[in-house]
Structure formats: structure tokens, C-alpha cells
Design a protein around this ligand. Structure first.
Ligand code: PXL
Length: 264
């Protein structure tokens, strides 16, 4: 059979927990063929990002051309894009190759290190948001995209007013639900509270699963529910004991896999 084709446009995490590596695992766990246009590289483990190196924008465009020319893309997601130049190149390419698109507006790693130049935020809002089928900020990112400290529903309205077709404000493990707004209706997406300290890669796993769901043809609300469920399970089964910091989430893993790590 021919599986759906999913593309991650994002940055490598050498520790294997987040970024490109998390995206490929999530695509595979959802039955899709995963592909990558790598924006840059981080030297990273579970405790810190030690170095960040953006690739030249033309190298990102060349990867996009290679993938689209031969293979094709049923859905794509963006993650950490590092620089304004890269965002301009990606937006320019995707505006010429319309694709169901999840924009995960990654600004920082969970360890606090920046993953987008501050001057690139306005470029992301102006060029990438209008191409997004759905944008998936956490609450902090939603404040930045909306330029406001308002409540979740107002933030969602402001972000859609900036051009995104829909917004899914994540962080539902605190609120009890993620908030989906498609410009017409608000929908609360239930998020299970799960115990688990291995949370590195949570946001990437969520947005990649959402992209895979769109590639599989799910309507957006179903895709948002599926992404919330898969991500909660990935935290529940997360690999505790990998590194000194927060271990990586484990998407689509049998539960015995994390038990083995815990009891080692
Ligand atoms: O979760 C955001 C993210 C995206 N991309 C890379 C990351 C992280 C978080 O650590 O390292 C490469």
C-alpha cells in the first residue's frame, strides 16, 4: 500500500527527543511516510542546547524542491525554523506549492534556549501564518503571536485574524482541554492528565501527529482529538532515565518499553 506522505520542516535535536527526530517518530507511529527539510541543527541533550546552527536558506529550499519534485506531500508541519531568512524561503516555497500545513510556532526549547531569532517573529506572522491550515501555539506562544495578554478565546480570535485558517492553543494538560478555533466555532479538545516526567518532545509530537492526521484525511476537529490522545499516551510511556533531564516522550510505544527503562 502507499502510505500518506508527511513532511517536517524543522530542526534536528541530537538527543533524539524533539524536533525532526520526534516528528519522524510521530509520522511513523501514525502510519505515514516521513520526510524532512532540515532548517538547522542543535547540539542538544536532555539538559540543554549547547549549540544551534541554521542552514543557509537555499539548502532548505533545495530539500523542499527535492521532496516535492519526486515524492509529493500530503501534509507538512513546520517546527523550529531558527531565522527570518529560512521562514521567508519556506513561506515562498509553500505559497507556490499549497499543502495542508500545521505551523508549530516554536520560539524556545523547554530548557529555555531560543529557537527563533526575535526579529523573525514578525516574519512568521506575516508570511507563514496565512499559509497555515492550523497553527499550534502553547499559551506563551499564543501571547506572542497575538501580541496580547488576553484570555484564550480572544487570543485565538486575534491569531485567526492574522491569517491562520485555524488555531489550536495547546497546554490543555493544565486547562483540561486544548482550544480549537476555526474562525467560526470554538471547540474544547479534551486532554487527559497523565503522570510522566519524560516530556521532552511533547509539542513536536503533538504537531506532527496533527499533520499526519490531516494527511490521513481526518477533519480538523478529529485530528486535534487524535493528536491530544496520542501525545498524552506518549508522555505516559515516556522514556524515564534517558539522560539527566526530562526524558523523551515515546510515541506509539508498547507500555513495556518504558517499564524496562524504569526498572533498569
Ligand atoms: O519542542 C520544540 C523544539 C523544536 N525543535 C527542536 C527542539 C525543541 C525543543 O527542545 O529542540 C530542535
Amino acid at each position: 500500500m502507499t502510505p500518506p506522505r508527511c513532511l517536517s520542516i524543522a530542526t534536528s535535536d541530537s538527543g533524539g527527543g524533539a524536533g525532526i527526530q520526534a516528528d519522524l517518530k510521530a509520522f511513523a507511529a501514525n502510519g505515514c511516510h516521513g520526510m524532512t527539510a532540515i532548517a538547522g541543527v542543535t547540539a542538544q541533550n536532555t539538559t540543554a542546547i549547547l549549540a544551534t546552527y541554521p542552514l543557509p536558506a537555499w539548502v532548505v529550499t533545495a530539500q523542499l524542491e527535492a521532496v516535492y519534485d519526486d515524492i509529493g506531500v500530503d501534509a507538512a508541519k513546520t517546527g523550529a525554523l531558527l531565522s527570518a531568512d529560512i521562514i521567508v524561503a519556506v513561506a515562498d516555497f509553500l505559497s507556490r506549492h499549497p499543502t495542508p500545513l500545521v505551523v508549530d510556532p516554536v520560539l524556545r526549547a523547554s530548557t529555555g534556549a531560543p529557537l527563533l531569532d526575535p526579529d523573525a517573529v514578525a516574519v512568521m506572522i506575516g508570511s507563514l501564518l496565512p499559509l497555515a491550515t492550523v497553527v499550534t501555539p502553547n499559551l506563551a506562544e499564543a501571547h506572542v503571536l497575538a501580541g496580547s495578554d488576553a484570555d484564550r478565546r480572544s487570543l485565538a480570535e486575534l491569531i485567526v485574524a492574522r491569517g491562520a485558517h485555524a488555531v489550536l492553543i495547546t497546554g490543555g494538560e493544565g486547562e483540561g482541554s486544548d482550544l480549537l478555533f476555526d474562525g467560526a466555532e470554538f471547540l474544547e479538545i479534551p486532554v487527559a492528565w497523565v503522570e510522566g516526567s519524560a516530556t521532552h518532545g511533547t509539542g513536536c509530537t503533538h504537531s506532527a501527529t496533527l499533520a499526519a492526521s490531516l494527511a490521513l484525511g481526518m477533519p480538523l476537529a478529529d485530528a486535534a482529538r487524535h493528536a491530544a490522545d496520542v501525545t498524552a499516551a506518549a508522555i505516559e510511556h515516556g522514556f524515564v532515565g534517558i539522560g539527566e533531564g526530562a526524558g523523551p516522550v515515546a510515541v506509539g510505544q508498547p507500555s513495556w518499553a518504558s517499564q524496562r527503562v524504569r526498572t533498569r
